[in-house]
Design a protein around this ligand. Structure first.
Ligand code: ATP
Length: 433
């Protein structure tokens, strides 16, 4: 057990608002006669003096009833998750707290969700993934700030070691394979040798394949949301874990170089590239070496949402619809460049840009910096006022006007009006024929 005063100092790294909330929750727990603790990432990050956004509280009590009592007393409201017996407490001053009942878990088979039973805090800590995530700090008034560290997580933190709590850990929950790689990369920690052997054995036994698509996707999203690092994906690839998710999933050969180019593009976004979601762009790069049929099967396996599917489909579509034109050495009008690129998501363009040669790169850059968002000054209503009826002809004339603007054929409102009048005259001549 670490020195009590030293442990109390942990809470000194939290913001005063967080501390105040924890003291309030501790008071409510005291009134209910139950133990209450802040646990997991927030304790780990406080010791590492890193900021942590999540506030996870565990109570030796019914979590939903506890959260509702806290919301009544402190002002706020509760989102109940009856199926899991957990709650999110949204306090009126904006602090969000995840509340769970202290529990143990029993896994019937790898990849299954566990059977849970309420248990004291120590058992709750022992069911967790890694020793560094298995610490709690008491928030009851008596003993406020006391560190509970039954698996010596603090020593592992100091030594920079990631260690599972027991030998069956990866079997119980193979998503921990992905979590293991994520945490070791984030903190640059080494794996304890037994943990590494267990990790390799879990991957060799293909345990990751037993996990539901949603849970894997969630972990992949988290891995890809950690910034600037291709190495976790690379490690998963070399371990064989990507192949456990889909047998043909391999990273692109020069992935590290492409990833760092993609990073530069995302960090210095041109125009609408600023709206790209970095993890989705990184995901696209990670699947870019797969043929479209395998990519679709992988997305089905991961039960991916439509936003990601559209982005991934866009990359295949780019090759079919746009690449040849945009890579051609011959001169092409700016409006053609615009029209070829306007239908693609910014994530798709970011990945194409990361791997493009000079001609394509120059055209995408031109599109993002000058062409995207160029609109005529005149609106549909202006065209009606000039004598066009609403309908397809008007739509086509607006599109022609936009192309004329992109190509510099019209540069002012007066020129636009003249362009439309001429289009109407040409139409009249055609109709009279
Ligand atoms: P992050 O900083 O990435 O949010 P975190 O440690 O807060 O990290 P969460 O996924 O929010 O991670 O989980 C909160 C805590 O719940 C963890 O610290 C860990 O104790 C426990 N935990 C989460 N997922 C698992 C798991 N699959 N197996 C065991 N324990 C887990």
């Amino acid at each position: 057990m670490p020195d009590r005063d030293e442990a109390r100092a942990l809470t000194g790294t939290l913001t005063s608002e967080t501390l105040e909330t924890l003291r309030d929750l501790g008071r409510i727990a005291d009134a209910r006669g139950v133990g209450a603790f802040v646990v997991g990432g927030v304790v780990r990050d406080a010791i590492l003096e890193r900021t942590c956004e999540d506030l996870d509280v565990v109570v030796e009590d019914d979590a939903i009833e506890f959260a509702e009592a806290a919301a009544r007393e402190l002002g706020g409201h509760v989102k109940r998750y009856d199926r899991f017996g957990t709650a999110i407490l949204l306090l009126k001053h904006g602090v969000k707290v995840d509340v769970a009942t202290s529990r143990s878990e029993l896994y019937s088979r790898p990849g299954a969700l566990p059977d849970v039973a309420p248990d004291p805090i120590e058992m709750d800590l022992r069911r967790r993934d890694f020793t560094l995530n298995a610490m709690a700090v008491r928030i009851n008034r008596d003993g406020f700030g006391e560190l509970l560290d039954p698996t010596a997580g603090r020593e592992d933190l100091a030594a920079g070691v990631l260690r599972v709590i027991h030998k069956r850990s990866f079997e119980d929950d193979p998503t921990r394979v992905l979590r293991c790689i994520r945490f070791s990369a984030r903190f640059s920690f080494t794996l304890d040798p037994l943990t590494e052997a267990l990790l390799r054995s879990a991957v060799e036994r293909d345990l990751v394949s037993t996990v539901s698509g949603e849970r894997i996707m969630n972990e992949i999203r988290l891995i890809l949301s950690e910034d600037e690092d291709w190495s976790p994906l690379n490690q998963l690839d070399s371990l064989g874990a990507l192949a456990s998710i889909h047998s043909n999933w391999r990273l692109p050969e020069n992935g590290a170089r492409l990833f760092s180019k993609l990073q530069t593009i995302l960090e210095n976004p041109l125009g609408s590239m600023g709206s790209a979601t970095p993890w989705r762009a990184r995901f696209l790069l990670a699947v870019s070496a797969l043929p479209p049929c395998d990519t679709r099967a992988l997305l089905d396996r991961l039960r991916s949402g439509t936003a990601l599917r559209n982005i991934v489909d866009g990359l295949a579509r780019f090759d079919v619809e746009a690449r040849e034109l945009l890579e051609s050495e011959s001169e092409i009008p700016r409006s053609d460049i615009h029209d070829a690129l306007a239908a693609f998501h910014s994530e798709t363009l970011a990945v194409v840009l990361a791997s493009s040669g000079p001609v394509l790169s120059e055209r995408i850059t031109l599109y993002l910096s000058e062409l995207d968002g160029v609109r005529p000054i005149l609106s549909g209503a202006d065209l009606v006022a000039l004598g066009l009826e609403e309908g397809t002809v008007l739509g086509q004339t607006l599109a022609d006007l936009q192309r004329a603007r992109l190509d510099g054929i019209v540069t002012s409102e007066a020129e636009e009006r003249e362009f439309v009048r001429k289009a109407i005259r040409d139409l009249d001549v055609e109709n009279k024929r």
